[in-house]
Design a protein. Structure first.
Length: 451
């Protein structure tokens, strides 16, 4: 796994127009959940287009550890023979989630209401991330927890013998917290209720319904989303086709907008309304983005995105949009570097607790490449249109999105941009460099290879 590998510096060089059609890897959120729900169903679930990244493979190994049989039948194609809700076996060894924050938090939810014990570990980055936001409500449901100070990994849990249903208002906009509690509620009697003051991505709700769970989503008088799940259903196996990940498509979107003369089509991209904040923002900045052949598959909106190089203008991105594009701010900052004027981003406090302190990492990377920016506690302002940018080396802090965002910068900057470790990209987008080079980019491990 990348967290245990030797660093692999990568350099992106200025390129001519990016052109062609690509398909980005399957959506990471749906890939994780496909394996989890398949494991909890009785019978065989098939998954096509699964993201074969380190994060998702860590989830596959966790589900195998409690008794599910998961087999690869072709590239991106898997079968999951589930063991059924309430029938999880106790894992024999520790469960290593590497860099997978989604995987570990959602799995804690599943295990937390089953009468088993498990210990979770992760890489240096994941071990710094807060788990209390999931573990605290699980304690209320009867889960016993032993963890490092601050509820950080390594952490051991003992699932409740008789789980208690919970009514819980999510204190921060987090699809991971919401999903972990709904997954915990699956094996608790009665109704588990999760209240979301700010809506977040809703893949868990949609997929639970698809697998046969009784789930109701409404909006209360305060405008909050209220999700009620009836516990202990019998989940039925499904055939799942995973669409392309919009968070991965984001890098091709921005690259095509900022590299002059580019014309790129990104096929089969998930367009869930809670995941399209970046597209909305880039359109407001003047981006030429056309959604082609919008359609519905498996209850999710998908479509193809045709993107052409554009003259961008800085804007203020409202804080209310943050939940729908929280993973896309690093690459939005790169688009902002090529926009006329200032781009002001607000409501970014969640970036402080991602794979790295993403807000600080983005600001330091911009500064290293001569791009003026101002970092606030939960804001970032980037001044675009500055001449002669690039030439810096960016510290990724084991964060795949920092690495990819700054390689996109190098494709359009005047001087090459290097990231200190490209190996971390395998966390979510293992084919990143070859796919972009296919479009015309020049990403290589050394100056000589790019010549």
């Amino acid at each position: 796994m990348a967290h245990a590998s030797a660093p692999k510096p990568l350099t992106a060089h200025k390129t001519g127009p990016l052109t062609g059609q690509i398909t980005v890897p399957g959506d990471k959120s749906i890939s994780h959940r496909s394996l989890m729900f398949g494991a909890l169903a009785v019978g065989r679930t098939t998954v096509e287009g699964l993201l074969e990244s380190e994060d998702v493979m860590a989830t596959a190994n966790a589900m195998r550890a409690v008794g599910a049989t998961i087999e690869k039948t072709a590239a991106g194609s898997y079968t999951v023979d589930g063991i059924g809700l309430g029938s999880l076996l106790e894992p024999e060894g520790v469960i290593d989630f590497g860099n997978a924050g989604t995987g570990v938090r959602l799995t804690m939810g599943i295990f937390g209401t089953h009468d088993i014990a498990a210990t979770f570990i992760g890489d240096a980055s994941l071990s710094k991330r807060p788990m209390g936001r999931v573990l605290d409500p699980l304690r209320e449901m009867g889960t016993t927890v032993v963890a490092r100070s601050g509820d950080r990994l390594p952490a051991s849990i003992r699932g409740a013998k008789q789980a208690l249903p919970l009514t819980y208002r999510v204190p921060v906009p987090s699809a991971q917290v919401k999903s972990a509690l709904l997954l915990a509620g699956l094996n608790a009697p009665g109704i588990t209720t999760v209240i979301e003051p700010v809506p977040t991505r809703d893949h868990t709700e949609k997929m639970l319904k698809g697998f046969g769970a009784e789930i109701d989503v409404s909006v209360n008088d305060a405008g909050e989303r209220v999700i009620r799940l009836t516990g202990q259903p019998e989940l039925k196996p499904q055939d799942i086709i995973v669409p392309g990940d919009p968070s991965s498509a984001a890098f091709a979107l921005v690259a095509a907008l900022i590299v002059p003369g580019s014309d790129v089509t990104i096929q089969n991209v998930l367009l869930n309304e809670h995941r399209t904040g970046l597209i909305t923002t880039l359109l407001e900045m003047g981006g030429d983005i056309e959604i082609v052949d919008r359609r519905v598959s498996g209850g999710e909106d998908i479509g193809d995105l045709r993107v052409r190089a554009s003259k961008l203008t800085g804007i203020t991105v409202p804080a209310s949009r943050a939940p729908s594009m929280i993973d896309e701010y690093p690459v939005l900052a790169i688009a902002a570097a090529f926009a006329e004027g200032e781009t002001h981003m607000t409501g970014l406090e969640e970036l402080r607790v991602k794979e790295s302190d993403r807000l600080a990492a983005v600001a330091r990377g911009l500064e290293a490449n001569g791009i003026p920016c101002v970092e606030g506690e939960d804001t970032l302002t980037v001044t675009g249109g500055v001449a002669a940018i690039g030439g810096g080396t960016v510290t990724t802090h084991l964060d795949h999105r920092i690495a990819m965002a700054f390689l996109v910068l190098g494709m359009a900057a005047d001087k090459p941009v290097t990231v200190d470790d490209g190996a971390v990209i395998d966390t979510s987008f293992p084919t990143f460099a070859p796919l972009f080079n296919q479009l015309g980019a020049r990403i290589a491990q050394s100056e000589s290879e790019a010549a």
